[in-house]
Design a protein around this ligand. Sequence first.
Ligand code: GLU
Ligand code: MG
Length: 458
Amino acid sequence: MDDQERTERTARGHRIAESLAERDVNAVAVTFVDTSGIARVKGVPTGAFERAAGWGVGATPVFDAFGADDSIASTPVANPAGDLRLLPDLDRVVPLAAQPGWAWAPADRLTQDGAAHPGCTRQLASRMVDRMAEHGLTARSAFEVEWIVYAGGNPDDPVPAVAGPAYGMTRLIEVSDYTVDLLRALAGQGVDVLQLHPEYSPGQFELSVAAESPVAAADTAVLVRTTIRAVAARHGLAVSFAPAVFPGGVGNGGHLHLSFARDGRNLFAGGDRRFGLTEDAEAFMAGVLARLPALLAVGAPSVASYLRLLPSHWAGTFACWGLENREAAVRLVTGSVGEHDTAANVEVKCIDQSANPYLLTAAVLAAGLAGLEERAVLPEPVQQDPAALSEGERVERGVTRLPTALADSLAAFAAEPTLTGAFGPELTETLLAVRQAEIDKFAGASPEKIIAATRWRY
Ligand code: GLU
Ligand code: MG
């Protein structure tokens, strides 16, 4: 950041602070997401926001080494000396409906010299979006959010807030005030919600939002989860976005939808490849498909993630793709006849919300870009539950089971130059150390113990 930029940001920060004060906002929660997927925050009083806009807010680089349990992995980047600056995105400052007096802004992390911090996942995602632009491609994405609503009770054995059936109207009636307050809050914060519905697991709901530019979509994922939690708290409810909530059950996914356009034309529709894919969209999807084991170290980054990744649980546990196939890790969504151009996109399903959404966006874009550059082609699609194929059929069709443990994903990540190259040595080393610390922590732990230890962390 140069002096002129700082001067402009300071002036804008001043105007924003004034308008926030007029709206009775007292403070801004400035967030970033760490390597283990936890949104961390610094609160800035509105009166100090002008300075924060220009100079950022201090934050230790040690956050990079934090695990989801707040333990600190042993890595050279976890140096207690030194400081980073959290620079709030001034375009994204928004008062929080369910936290009166608070506004929120996502932050980039800069060094004290004003350069991008190598561990800043938000700027990494932004650089991957720029690389797409070098190919003439404009990407759009959206995260689906699934969560369980609990009525309280014993934190180790919480009671779902609703008893009604999966997808049932009964379930919606049971939390009618909560869900409508949530929709109001999100609308008031400028989030374009497409739908909300009761999901499969006891107490589970899902909310989907419109696609937007990828970094904005990752910001929205943070804002949506924050809002779901805050509105729930005002209703005396507790929520969990954890990948696994009971052993053997359907967990909380965090599927990523993505498409891209050239000259305004969506390349996931109207092409001459299968199901209307263009060559570029196919190559991108093939690049992602080929790197799923490594991507899981980013998208299914907790030990608990592997308790969710069960075949025939809609979590996408086989490396294959299919048209509208909810059991394929990579699902092509085309939408209905007449709306393909706006609706068609690829959905990555094998990922959950213990992932850092910025890092995951960067990783999926890096994998897709590698596919584009290799002109990769897709294998035959799978149009049934891959778990129902015989082992021989799977071998013949090249359908493999994705890693069943974090250690296997981590080994695949370490051996995947597309991802380690995009992330750079510092972030790669940090990720490996943080994940290894979590693996060590849960070595030999039962599913019950892992779930109990992670349910309230996400
Ligand atoms: N809850 C499922 C998962 O763990 C996803 C259900 C769905 O298809 O939306 O990913
Ligand atoms: Mg769902």
